[in-house]
Design a protein around this ligand. Structure first.
Ligand code: AMP
Length: 394
């Protein structure tokens, strides 16, 4: 990694501003329903405690649109963090107000202060220089460990780095190691599996991965656009008519680059997306009118599994069918199991693929589960992430 990390800078006893991604899901009573993102921040926080730092933590939560709203308060995060670290967390009642600045000023070595939701200020998402400066004025060093928001140029992810020495935490370092190095120098065969609803969301990533992979497997709703582009009827299946040319271009590019471009062979179809709906499996090139493709079929699963079995590096993003309805979740679940069973380096991104992996109970067999949905997609598209660009070079 070309950017400095917490290991490359003297942090002993320093006051450190750490941007985390504590954007966790909560139920209507503000109970955290999944603490993965908080747990992912612990290695950096623990390291800073070992260095006797005075630690100021900041994060966003949801989209409060620039004003204080109690349901977007980070107080439940303070409670969870306190439990996980077995340590008191000082909670600020604001972000850059009197309460936060006073508490930051009085912070002692080994103490942790959590600021309120940075998005209680519109200046955060506007990357306002004055706001960035105020955040920076609380500390001596900036640590960015919020991989999930690294693709956003906001005050607490990017702006603040103009005013303080800026380094990454361990989570960002780990994400870049897997998403970066493993993808740039993969052990081959390198197979990418892309699913999800729309081609339009994945154009960048398909385009970029065609430069790198040996095999590209396409499943999910976006597969039908590729069939339509080849002149087949797809019934009522999801299809982006304005992306047919682009789909053709991507298939041609795969041919030029010598990439094996695998579309599903068969598909499970129904007339509606429900558990009770009558369904059957047909060839993807023979979808009758009024029927809709909701999952990949058994022949496709078999073919995809063969590719997965022989791979040495696998990236997977996006479900291979409408997996929220269990009769259409078979393809996604089978692929999840197959990916977990390989000896390959396996990298999974995107909330839906991660849910599928968890549902199959095979999380611990995956080499790297990315915490950043949008950020990991943009990184795999080959884009520069502003939250990482802003850090000091090694
Ligand atoms: P994305 O956010 O683009 O990764 O898309 C995820 C969504 O695509 C999930 O909610 C899936 O249920 C949906 N999806 C995947 N395959 C299909 C399909 N064949 N028809 C309709 N929706 C699908």
């Amino acid at each position: 990694m070309s950017k400095k990390t917490v290991r490359d800078i003297d942090l002993k006893g320093k006051k450190v501003f750490v941007r985390c991604d504590f954007n966790v899901p909560m139920d209507e009573n503000q109970n955290i329903t999944n603490n993965t993102r908080i747990v992912a921040a612990l290695p950096t926080i623990k390291y800073l405690l070992e260095q006797n730092c005075k630690i100021i933590l900041a994060s966003h939560l949801g989209r409060p649109k620039g004003e204080f709203k109690p349901e977007f308060s980070l107080k439940p995060v303070a409670k969870e963090l306190s439990k996980l670290l077995d340590k008191d967390i000082i909670m600020a009642n604001d972000v850059i107000g009197e309460d936060a600045t006073e508490k930051a000023k009085n912070l002692k070595e080994g103490e942790i202060l959590l600021l309120e939701n940075v998005r209680f200020h519109n200046e955060e998402t506007e990357n306002d220089p004055e706001f960035s400066k105020k955040l920076a004025s609380m500390a001596e060093i900036f640590v960015n460990d919020a991989f999930g928001t690294a693709h956003r140029a906001h005050s607490s992810t990017t702006g603040i780095a103009s005013y303080l020495p800026a380094v990454s935490g361990f989570l960002i370092e780990k994400e870049l190691k897997f998403l970066g190095s493993s993808v740039e120098n993969p052990e081959r065969p390198f197979v990418a599996i892309l699913g999800g609803a729309k081609v339009s969301d994945k154009i960048g990533i398909i385009d970029n991965l065609l430069e790198k992979v040996d095999t590209l497997i396409i499943g999910g709703g976006m597969a039908y656009t590729f069939f339509k582009a080849q002149g087949y009827e797809v019934g009522n299946s999801i299809c982006e008519l304005d992306k047919l040319e682009l789909a053709t271009h991507l298939m041609e590019k795969a041919k030029e680059k010598g990439v094996k471009f695998l579309l599903p062979i068969d598909t499970k179809i129904a007339k509606e997306a429900s558990e009770e709906a009558e369904s059957k499996t047909v060839k993807c090139t023979e979808i009758p009118a009024e029927w809709e493709g909701f999952d990949i079929g058994e022949e496709s699963i078999k073919e995809f599994k063969e590719e997965i079995k022989n791979a040495k590096t696998i990236i997977w993003n996006g479900p291979l069918g409408l997996f929220e309805v269990s009769q259409f979740a078979v393809g996604t679940n089978e692929i999840a199991k197959a990916v977990a069973e390989t000896g390959a380096t396996t990298i999974i991104g995107g909330g839906d693929s991660i849910s599928a992996i968890k549902k199959a109970g095979v999380e611990d067999k995956i080499t790297h589960i990315s915490t950043g949905g949008g950020a990991s997609l943009e990184f795999l598209e080959g884009k520069k992430l502003p939250g990482i660009e802003a850090l000091m070079d090694k």
